[in-house]
Design a protein around this ligand. Sequence first.
Ligand code: FES
Length: 182
Amino acid sequence: MTATAAPSESLSRHGNEHGHRPYEPVFVDGSPARAELDTLLTRYPNKMAALLPALWTVQHARGWVSDEAMAEVSAVLDLTPAYVKGVVTFYTMYHQHPVGEHFIQVCTTTPCNVCGAEDVVNAFLEHTGCGELGLTSPDGKYTVIEVECLGACGFATPVQINDQYVESVTPERVPEVLAALR
Ligand code: FES
């Protein structure tokens, strides 16, 4: 489920943080993220309304939304940390822990499942080195999860990789799909 458009790719770091480094604020004065947030704030009636895109900005910049990131967002939008955490934990598209550079979501709902989605999942787990659903590959590049209907039931099996859709994926096509990410 996507609640709002993601921010520009220019803010994407294409990496993740594994929680061992001190948190670096995203909305620093003079930064592209701060400029994007300031522009966003002109389009909404109040700061609270900009919460979802602000969280997207953080996730694209840092790879996930840590407690420190939630604290930063709550400060810049004058919201309580509890309110921000409530929103982050409600929407599954916000990562509450580090994930791979390529976050791979495979639809395994019934229509895709009967067309072989489980085999596609297993192929991704094997070729990425993730091994298990929800785990990140040792090189930090991939995380694979199953998701409900991606709205492309006529093109089984659809896969969403970060913000991109790939349709009609078969186990045989998985190496080619992964190669295109490199
Ligand atoms: S059931 Fe897989 S996209 Fe709809």
